[in-house]
Write a protein that binds this ligand. Structure first.
Ligand SMILES: C[S@@+](CC[C@H](N)C(=O)[O-])C[C@H]1O[C@@H](n2cnc3c(N)ncnc32)[C@H](O)[C@@H]1O
Length: 251
């Protein structure tokens, strides 16, 4: 899985997992969304009961809503959920975690997590997700990976201290509660202005947690890079979205 964000040290991991709310505005402005065709391929076109888990500011939630699903959202961070409530006001949302879901047994057709599963503890989260899913329910895990084959995006990763490419082809280990995960890939672009590119860097957990001086220095380097590559003020950040999909196995 591509999760250059996640450090090996457990204390640092927990601190970063809960660090997003302080930059909810930057996150909302700069992070990429999820293409509709990817969501359609994952869930089909019939309306489903779907949980967006680790929903953050609702980047994936809004595509799920636009596709006609009955969506609810869970995230541990009230700051992120406040931004979600502005973006998709009709979506019911709860503060909660993947390890302890505030939802009844067998109440959902699908659980999806965008850019979030790597923050969960699979040993407790997978049984919880299986509990709230109906028989044969779907688990979808999505990650937007910056396309580091584009030279300037590779430079961006180096400045931020984290390249996205590398370990993204490893499938998440979901068995025995779920079937083996299968993957699909979608190329897309997220156009930003230079301020947006700086926000993109500022919203990464490994940048949020840097000492202030170092953080300011890295963000200044990102700004200089953005000014160098912008065309007509636009910086088109190229992503490859990977979508892993698995079904709940009958008990
Ligand atoms: C990188 S953000 C992704 C947000 C959103 N899904 C998106 O695609 O933009 C990761 C989110 O996972 C949430 N998170 C962290 N630990 C979690 C946990 N144990 N259970 C559920 N969500 C968690 C964070 O609060 C954060 O909102």
């Amino acid at each position: 899985m591509p999760h250059g964000d996640v450090p090996a040290d457990e204390t640092e991991r927990a601190a970063r997992a809960t660090s997003f709310g302080v930059v909810a505005d930057a996150y909302e402005k700069a992070r990429p969304g999820y293409p509709a065709d990817a969501v359609r391929d994952l869930l089909g076109t019939a309306p489903l009961d779907v949980l967006d888990l680790g929903a953050g500011t609702g980047k994936l939630t809004r595509t799920l809503v636009a596709e006609g699903h009955r969506v609810r959202a869970v995230d541990p961070d009230a700051g992120m959920l406040a931004a979600l409530a502005t973006a998709v006001p009709r979506v019911p949302h709860d503060v909660g975690t993947a390890e302890s879901l505030p939802l009844p047994d067998a109440s959902l057709d699908a659980v999806v997590a965008g850019q979030a599963y790597h923050w969960f503890d699979p040993a407790t989260a997978l049984p919880e997700i299986a509990r709230v899913l109906r028989p044969g329910g779907l688990l979808g895990l999505l990650w937007n990976v910056r396309d580091d084959d584009v030279p300037w995006i590779h430079d961006l990763g180096e400045i931020m201290g984290a390249l996205d490419a590398g370990d993204q082809l490893r499938p998440p280990a979901l068995q025995p509660l779920f079937t083996e995960a299968t993957v699909s890939w979608y190329a897309h672009r997220h156009p930003l202005d230079v301020d947006g590119l700086v926000d993109l860097a500022a919203s990464r957990s490994y940048v949020i947690r840097l000492p202030e001086g170092e953080r300011a220095d890295r963000l200044a380097q990102v700004r200089a890079l953005g000014e160098r590559v912008a065309e007509g003020g636009v910086v088109p950040v190229a992503y490859r979205l990977q979508v892993w999909s698995a079904r709940k196995v009958a008990a």
